[in-house]
Write a protein that binds this ligand. Structure first.
Ligand code: NDP
Length: 485
């Protein structure tokens, strides 16, 4: 048996009894073991993520099955058969750390690829679009999903008030209220990079790209009442299913696809291809198969490997670049900022976040600086230097991204078609799916003031008249479809 020690390594003689003056107490301040145990416990929590607090994760691999090296020189895609280790963290968005897993919500689908040329984080969702297209609205939107400041309860009024005043949300609201808004477990849903990113190849040519992870387990969803039953018996149903599937060797798999858009097409599409509320129709930009993802190892310690894992869209690697997507641009700043706040300056050096390739940088001190001197020479602590310290390599230079436009607060709602794509989605639903959509929305709208309900019905109508009529019927309110002039 190993001998218990203090954190300073000294063997502990008694871990059952505090040091007291006499058998009836009091305890003495000199009982450092007692103080250390209490002090550690007081510091066991770190701030939970403001969004995506509740999560489930595991390790696995991406295996490349198809050649896309014409589009990108990213090392991860350089050859068929290449395997790259990865970590995926799934999450709900609004619920706190102790929230139930089986709640209707968008799911985070964040992937950290430990590539040989650095970490590439694809921090996506289980939906191809999002509620907003301008990051200025993100804090407002999230406020409507969290608790009301006075009641400390979730507020359907705030949610529908915001959504009905933000028509760009209609596409994502339709997905959220449809079957796919409540998957039964992480392995039964797709993942999407959601944003448009870019690829660039060895000739310096850029392509716009979207990423899709299609579940190989098939889609499985709960109705609201099935989910209520599950939550009544377990709040941890996702953790239980993901963990036990992997422990039992039933490894969840997804097929990775990309959609590729030639750079010049961005000026020609009827929709803005960088708009996070829009998809690229598959008929125009077909899915191209890239590889297979498998999750096959549970973390050994949930806190250190999942709670402390830090994904950021700022982590791209050679061959993969950003795009003008406004929300992506804001996330490039906000995610790394959140990690510095939650985890500290050197969060990327934590074992779960550390790249699996050599790391050479000149960032130095700060809280919890624990990694080795990485420049190979203690005199090389600035750059440029004459000591052969790490230096840039122009081989990795990204081609210029050509942006043309006047600096202004451009109105993102003016002239933007927020209805065609939600309408196309609605038309894909069969009758049973539509009925569940209507009743999910009616349930979510309980207690919402009439003016907000009618404003939102107006949006449903513009997507498809049957959409509005179905929701109105489920709500038990009168609604007449107004024909466009
Ligand atoms: P397609 O028919 O070519 O593609 C439909 C897509 O919708 C497939 O990726 C499919 O995913 C997905 N899908 C199927 N059933 C549902 C459902 N009940 N809820 C949500 N998604 C579903 O059509 P388009 O590309 O022209 O797109 C039409 C509409 O489909 C869009 O307006 C959008 O709302 C939705 N959609 C489009 C995606 C895209 O990237 N183009 C991606 C996802 C949704 P799967 O094969 O996994 O079932």
């Amino acid at each position: 048996m190993k001998t218990l020690t203090t954190t300073a390594g000294a063997p502990v003689a008694d871990n059952q009894n505090s040091v007291t003056a006499g058998p009836r107490g009091p305890v003495l301040l000199q009982d450092y073991q007692l103080i250390e145990k209490l002090a550690h416990q007081n510091r066991e929590r770190i701030p939970e993520r403001v969004v995506h607090a509740k999560g489930w994760g595991a390790y696995g691999t991406l295996k490349v099955t198809d050649d896309i090296s014409d589009y990108t020189n990213a090392a991860i895609f350089s050859e068929i058969g290449r395997e790259t280790p990865l970590l995926i963290r799934f999450s709900t968005v609004a619920g706190e750390l102790g929230a139930a897993d089986a709640e209707r919500d968008v799911r985070g689908f964040a992937v950290k690829f430990y590539t040989v040329e650095g970490n590439w984080d694809l921090v996506g969702n289980n939906t191809p679009v999002f509620f907003i297209r301008d990051p200025l609205k993100f804090p407002d939107f999230i406020r409507t999903q969290k608790r009301h400041p006075r009641t400390n309860l979730r507020s359907p009024t705030a949610m529908w008030d915001f959504w009905s005043l933000s028509t760009e949300s209609l596409h994502q609201v339709t997905i959220l209220m449809s079957d796919r808004g409540l998957p039964t477990a992480p392995m039964y849903m797709n993942g999407y990079g959601s944003h448009t990113f870019s690829f660039w190849n060895n000739d310096g040519k850029r392509f716009w790209v979207k990423f899709h992870f299609k579940t190989q387990q098939g889609h499985k969803h709960f109705t609201n009442s099935e989910a209520a039953e599950v939550i009544g018996t377990s709040r941890e149903s996702y953790q239980e299913q993901l963990y036990s599937a992997i422990e039992n060797g039933e490894f969840p798999r997804w097929t990775l696809f990309v959609q590729i858009m030639p750079e010049a097409d961005a000026a020609k599409t009827s929709y803005n291809p960088f708009d996070l509320t829009k998809v690229w129709p598959h008929g125009e930009y077909p899915l191209i198969k890239v590889g297979q993802i498998e999750l096959n190892r549970n973390p050994d310690n949930y806190f250190s490997e999942i709670e402390q894992t830090a994904f950021s869209p700022s982590n791209v690697v050679r061959g993969i670049g950003f795009s003008p997507d406004k929300v992506l641009q804001a996330r490039i700043f906000a995610y790394a900022d959140a990690h510095r706040y939650r985890l500290g300056t050197h969060y990327e050096a934590l074992p779960v976040n550390a790249p699996r390739c050599p790391v050479h940088h000149y960032h130095k001190d700060g809280s919890m600086r624990f990694f080795a001197n990485d420049t190979g020479d203690s005199n090389a602590y600035y750059e440029p230097n004459s000591i052969d310290g790490p230096a840039e390599n122009s081989e990795y230079l990204e081609p210029p991204m050509v942006i043309d436009g006047d600096v202004h607060r451009h109105n993102h709602r003016q002239g933007n078609d927020d209805y065609t794509q939600p309408g196309a989605l609605f038309q894909m639903f069969d009758d049973a799916q539509r009925q569940r959509l209507f009743s999910n929305i009616a349930e979510a709208m309980q207690g919402v003031p009439e003016d907000i309900v009618y404003r939102q019905l107006g949006h449903f109508q513009k997507a498809h008249p049957e959409y509005a009529l179905g929701v109105a019927k489920a709500l038990g309110v009168n609604f007449h479809v107004v024909k466009a002039a």
